[in-house]
Ligand binder design. Structure first.
Ligand SMILES: N[C@@H](CCC(=O)N[C@@H](CS)C(=O)NCC(=O)O)C(=O)O
Length: 94
């Protein structure tokens, strides 16, 4: 299953870019919200995100042991996978 780690849906347009892309492409994914408390190194947000992405930023896409961050890299990664050919659980039931 694909997981997408995102921040606040109101204030993190970066997070919403791959979120919208996944939804529009009909690719099923699990949304993991990492709440923004602060961007300080000691914050819960940074501690949580740096555990999966050393740069400490969202969005981060997790798939088959890979962590892909940066919206453009996520888009390119998804395009290369062609999930449309995949069976469940990747295909959303509409
Ligand atoms: N270029 C990145 C930008 C990501 C980004 O700046 N994300 C913000 C949240 S909207 C973040 O995690 N900021 C944490 C920080 O700056 O420490 C992308 O395309 O994903």
């Amino acid at each position: 299953m694909i997981e997408l780690c995102i921040g606040n849906k109101n204030y993190s347009s970066w997070s919403m870019r791959p979120w919208v892309l996944l939804r529009q492409a009909g690719i099923a994914f699990e949304e993991v919200i990492v709440r923004f408390d602060s961007f300080d190194a000691a914050s819960r947000f940074k501690q949580t995100v740096t555990a999966i992405n050393p740069v400490g930023k969202v969005p981060v896409l997790l798939h088959e042991g890979l962590a892909v961050w940066d919206t453009l890299a996520i888009a390119e990664y998804l395009a290369a996978q062609d999930f449309r050919d995949f069976e469940e659980p990747y295909r959303l039931q509409r």
